[in-house]
Design a protein around this ligand. Structure first.
Ligand code: GMT
Length: 377
């Protein structure tokens, strides 16, 4: 198949999922064209069957806001025409599903009918999409996608609850390439002193991730168990968290490593993973930790309980309940047997989301979309 993938090129989960999906589809022999405003961070454009098309937005003094959707729709149209793309798969509804609808209409005008699949990832539904400034356009573009997928049952429920949706939503969860986590040398000494536990958090440091909770949970754990907190990623809440670590007097114990492609290496050295998010449609970072056999302490919001099984792969607690999360963390770190059991269970759970199991669900959907090739209403 010849597939166009539209996504955000950043470290965010939707961009990572889209990039990895495209990369594996390309390995299976499909041609995959990424259409976005800069090269996705995890994309290797030298790989066979992978192509990258940059969306360029012309600046003009009249514009206070650059018309990205327009440029994106035009790029989709050109790429479909020039490269013979058969299907467009857009990740994160805003504004990609909307831009894809326009591209589809323009192509229909030229006698080309192209199926559009929209994958809902999270805040495009749970936070941003719900905002009255976007809601009518998001509702419209969901309903006018040919197929809609969501990354968890929870996100599907939220979509149906908050939007008037006349489309069936197929749940295709996030996935993981387990091979990336195998055979790593876990040189713990790089990050922690002898006998110290390593606790990790990965995110884009937005408010929704409750970064201060991460620091506060660690503060409580660190009082009883010698440990280091490794913070991977970057974003608007980083400075607050750094300040909090200073106020609590634990700045020597907390390392902010910023954005990195060394996620598997750091997780390999980790003993515990923290994800106390306000909302999380799936929690790809938790799945990455579990693939590295790291038990997870997370909130019980959104799709997290579908990934992190309470009492089995780690523990979940109510959003903001840092005392409970710290107590759960301590109970794992103080009991080697429990830690070992949960590490293995975490890995076993991660296997349920292996790329080998999930990728065919997307391929089947593409095949169905091509076979049916719905005519736009
Ligand atoms: O919704 C977002 O915040 C953006 C998105 C991203 O691009 O970072 O993250 C979401 O998509 C991931 C991949 O499907 C999910 O694993 C994350 O749970 C989800 N984030 C939230 O729901 C906060």
């Amino acid at each position: 198949m010849n597939i166009g993938i539209v996504c955000y090129p950043t470290f965010g989960g939707s961009g990572v999922v889209a990039t990895e999906l495209g990369t594996y589809l390309a390995k299976k022999g499909h041609k995959v064209h990424f259409i976005t405003y800069s090269q996705p961070v995890r994309l290797d454009i030298l790989e066979e069957n992978i192509y990258y098309h940059e969306v360029n937005v012309q600046d003009y003094p009249l514009f206070q806001y650059q018309p990205y959707e327009l440029a994106l729709s035009s790029k989709m149209v050109d790429t479909v025409l020039n490269e013979g793309i058969e299907i467009l798969h857009v990740h994160y509804a805003i504004p990609h599903a909307y831009a894809a609808y326009m591209a589809k209409k323009i192509l229909a005008d030229k006698g080309i009918n192209i199926p559009v699949i929209t994958t809902l990832h999270g805040t495009d539904i749970t936070l941003v999409g719900r905002n009255p400034s976007y809601k009518p356009a998001v509702t419209f573009s969901i309903n006018h996608s040919d197929y809609v997928t969501s990354v968890s049952e929870s996100l599907k429920k939220e979509t149906v609850k908050f939007f008037v949706v006349g489309k069936d939503i197929k749940v295709i969860p996030n996935f993981i390439d387990l091979s990336l986590y195998q055979g790593k040398k876990c040189a713990k000494a790089i990050l922690a002193a002898e006998g110290e536990r390593i606790i990790t958090h990965i995110s884009n440091f937005r408010k929704v991730k409750r970064i201060n909770d991460v620091v506060n949970i660690f503060y409580q754990i660190n009082k009883e168990v010698p440990s280091k907190l490794i913070m991977l990623g970057d974003g608007p809440e980083r400075e607050n968290a750094e300040e909090l670590a200073k106020q609590l007097g634990i700045q020597q114990q907390v390392s902010f490593l910023g954005k990195t492609n060394e996620i598997e290496r750091v997780l390999c050295m980790s003993d515990l993973f923290l994800l106390p998010s306000e909302t999380e449609s799936f929690g790809l970072a938790a799945l990455e930790a579990m693939a590295a056999k790291v038990p997870v302490i997370s909130s019980n919001t959104g799709g997290l309980p579908e990934v992190n099984l309470h009492g089995i792969t780690g523990f979940t607690a109510n959003v903001g309940d840092i005392d409970a999360m710290a107590a759960f963390g301590l109970s794992i770190l103080k009991d080697d047997e429990q830690h070992k059991k949960m590490s293995l269970a975490a890995f076993a759970r991660a296997e349920e989301f292996s790329i080998e199991k999930i990728l065919p669900l997307y391929e089947d959907l593409y095949k169905m979309a091509l076979a049916e090739n719905v005519v736009l209403d």
